[in-house]
Design a protein around this ligand. Structure first.
Ligand SMILES: [Zn+2]
Length: 350
């Protein structure tokens, strides 16, 4: 592939494309291959994979696996499930880069106008790097591309209008009281709908841990790391373990910005990495002897199931997947599958 003349940047951002049940689309393959090539050429130290969900798979997660297969170092790859469209993807760029990243955007040629104009609106310094289609240009491919360009001709101005509307909605001409009332109503509805879904997910996680424990260990005693568990994300405790709005809040919430690293609270083995309803992206780590920890609402995972993890190893990033009112880490400690108060297990609870 021919790498266009580019200046060094802080991150290469690969935009997601379809993942079919049988595997990633050709569109996605060429984007990832180009990003790997740019990274190997030393153009940026980080590759951010941003996408939504495609036929039940996380596009970002599939992209990460492909980048690793291309020989990109695991530490250099950031998977982000928050990029459900161009605007959200570029917002993720702002959050991971704390508003300072200069990026190289890798997508298909027909998306470049939209990415360029949206980046300008968000104040992101961007170099556009279209990933060309490899192989012979059949009439079917040409027709597909023509349809994409036509779609973009509508999408680019629609994005600009959407931006104006969002700005207007963020500062609506409503009285403060009316706004507070609307917020309270939405919050109550949210909590009622939430309760059942959370209970179901909680039971699923518990069940999964118990199954695994029955398989690998028959130990009744619970091991606790001698030095206590490590705090998995840097940030203050927002919501504590216990009854909240009449139901059990099965863990603690650590307030940290979107994109902050999440690390394993102790050495162990990854039991589960999945998107589970209100928990969003959740990782469960088995520490042996009946003790497991779980990490919810992650933006993406940097480990895979059944991988061994060291104490303090990065497993993902703080995000807002699942049902959450903002970025934070929901952290649980489970003993034989049942949730216990993590504060009693943290080495440094303050
Ligand atoms: Zn929580």
């Amino acid at each position: 592939m021919v790498v266009p003349a580019l200046r060094k940047a802080d991150a290469i951002v690969v935009f997601g494309a379809a993942v079919w049940p049988e595997g990633p689309s050709m569109t996605l393959r060429v984007r990832v291959a180009l990003a790997a090539e740019l990274h190997a050429a030393g153009l940026a130290p980080i590759v951010l994979c941003t996408g939504g969900r495609s036929n039940g798979s996380s596009e970002a997660r599939v992209m990460r696996a492909m980048l690793l297969a291309h020989g990109v170092d695991a530490q250099a790859v950031i998977p982000d499930d928050g990029g459900i469209n161009t605007r959200h993807a570029l917002r993720s760029v702002q959050r991971f880069g704390e508003g300072r990243w200069r990026i190289i955007a890798v997508s298909s040629p027909y998306h470049m106008a939209r990415i360029g104009s949206e980046a300008r609106r968000q104040g992101i310094a961007v170099q556009l790097c279209p990933a060309p289609r490899p192989g012979p240009r059949t009439s079917r491919l040409l027709a597909f591309d023509a349809r994409q360009y036509l779609r973009e001709a509508v999408a680019v101005p629609a994005y600009a209008i959407g931006w104006q509307l969002e700005t207007l909605l963020r500062h609506p001409p409503l009285s403060l009281a009316a706004r507070a009332m609307r917020h309270a109503k939405a919050r109550i509805g949210f909590l009622l709908r939430d309760a059942d879904a959370v209970a179901a997910t909680d039971a699923a996680i518990s069940c999964r841990i118990k199954e695994e424990l029955a398989r690998v260990s028959d130990s009744e005693t619970v091991m606790t790391p001698a030095s206590g568990l490590r705090r998995p994300a840097q940030g203050p405790v927002g919501s504590r373990f216990g009854l909240r709005h009449g139901r059990l809040h099965a863990g603690i919430d650590l307030r940290a910005p979107y994109g902050a690293p999440v690390v394993s609270a102790a050495a162990g083995r990854v039991l589960l990495t999945a998107m589970l309803g209100p928990y969003g992206n959740v990782a469960v780590i088995d520490h042996g002897g009946g003790l497991a920890t779980s990490y919810a609402h992650l933006a993406g995972f940097t480990v895979d199931e059944s991988e061994a993890v060291a104490d303090g190893q990065r497993i993902g990033f703080v995000g807002e997947t699942g049902r959450t009112s903002g970025p934070h880490l929901h952290f649980e400690v489970r003993v034989h599958g049942s949730p216990v108060d993590p504060m009693a297990y943290l080495a440094d609870p303050a």
